[in-house]
Write a protein that binds this ligand. Structure first.
Ligand code: NDP
Length: 256
């Protein structure tokens, strides 16, 4: 049950929109204190206002997960102002519209810096905090079906490879934690196409106003809602101490 987490602290990266915002909301409803990290801090603050009166509380801390110093500051702030971290939800992630055979180095780097290196850094800081305080810890990675296969969607280029890297590093992390006898749980939630601002952000972040081929390809796909993914996060968190969800692949009905 989620009861064991009441009053505990969760850090959620990318809490300013989509899946991260839905996860933050559900954690607050379940009585957790949540620190939401993102560049658009004001978006998290708006959500926090909407959640006033719920059992838990949402704080916002401006963080660019591609900057190590930002992450260190965010974790220091959490430690000093909120308390020991029990849960980390590594959700911040981006796609960019480019190719491999004729692509843009800056866009490739942005995807790997955000989806892989940012996540390595938040994970390291959370594990340090959890070990120092000897708490029950649970780290959730928002992976993707793109972490296990290559979707037939044009211009995704390095996005599925970045999620494949996440798949590999999740298992490396599990081995490292096992080798030191840690009971920190690691779970991946791997959704299919989900209706969020991700596509829009990918187009804009690539310096484009439109990408008709990509928009057409995604228009044909059935989609999940962000809250569906958040429900899977809660399922993984609610398992008893001896159970560890390794990976939940969830897709909208109709997606093969
Ligand atoms: P959104 O674009 O709605 O949300 C992305 C979130 O990541 C935002 O809150 C954004 O915050 C944050 N983010 C991006 N870059 C940074 C950064 N440098 N520093 C801090 N935060 C950052 O997309 P989704 O909700 O769809 O995406 C969330 C996760 O779900 C991603 O990891 C994505 O790969 C994964 N996913 C999405 C699927 C989909 O179809 N939508 C399917 C499978 C997985 P801000 O811009 O304010 O910094």
């Amino acid at each position: 049950s989620m009861g064991k987490w009441i009053g505990k602290t969760a850090v959620v990266t990318g809490a300013s929109s989509g899946i991260g915002a839905a996860v933050a909301e559900k954690l607050v409803e379940n009585g957790l204190t949540v620190v939401g990290l993102a560049r658009r801090k004001e978006r998290i603050e708006e959500l926090s206002k909407q959640l006033e009166g719920k059992r838990g509380k949402l704080y916002a801390y401006r963080t660019d997960v591609t900057k190590e110093e930002d992450i260190l500051k965010a974790f220091r702030w959490t430690k000093d102002n909120v308390g020991p971290i029990n849960i980390l939800v590594n959700n911040a992630g981006i796609a960019r519209v480019t190719s491999l055979i004729d692509g843009n180095y800056k866009l490739w780097k942005e995807v790997f810096d955000t989806n892989v290196l940012g996540l390595c850094t938040t994970t390291r800081e959370a594990v340090r905090d959890m070990r120092a305080n000897n708490v029950d810890g649970h780290i959730i990675h928002i992976n993707s079906i793109g972490g296990y296969s290559i979707p037939h969607i044009p211009y995704l280029s390095v996005y599925p490879p970045s999620k494949h890297a996440l798949t590999a590093l999740t298992e490396t992390l599990r081995r490292e934690l096992n080798s030191i006898g840690s009971k920190i749980k690691i779970s991946s939630i791997s959704p299919g196409y989900t209706a969020t601002e991700m596509l829009e952000a990918a187009i804009k972040g690539s310096g484009l106003s439109r990408c008709p081929e990509l928009e057409e390809a995604l228009k044909k796909l059935p989609s999940l809602q962000a809250k569906d993914v958040a429900d899977s996060v809660l399922y993984a968190l609610a398992t008893p101490p001896h159970v560890q969800v390794h990976n939940l692949i969830i897709k909208p009905i109709g997606e093969p």
